[in-house]
Design a protein around this ligand. Structure first.
Ligand SMILES: [Zn+2]
Length: 90
């Protein structure tokens, strides 16, 4: 449904397949706006992981999107302490 373009974390480039997002939204009976938002935030989670020099973690990115969707702030992904000498992202 979405793709974070590897290496673009300083200016994240996220590609969306609106057709597959629409199909998923129809399957889960949710609105297309929610599907687009969730996909963008999930892919942004991968950009944050890469900025921290971490491996891509699908579960963490999905939890990030879930927290954003339900307004569960602060977001755990943004609270993580600096890793591997990278600056903490807040
Ligand atoms: Zn992912």
């Amino acid at each position: 449904m979405g793709l974070y373009v590897n290496g673009t974390y300083s200016k994240p480039c996220i590609l969306l397949c609106l057709k597959s997002i629409r199909e998923a939204c129809d399957e889960y009976e949710t609105g297309i706006d929610c599907g687009i938002q969730t996909t963008i935030v999930h892919e942004l989670g991968h950009a944050i992981q890469q900025a921290r020099d971490e491996e891509f973690d699908e579960d963490e990115a999905e939890e990030f999107a879930y927290q954003y969707e339900y307004g569960l702030f602060p977001l755990t992904l943004l609270e993580k302490e600096k890793v591997h000498g990278k600056e903490k992202i807040t």
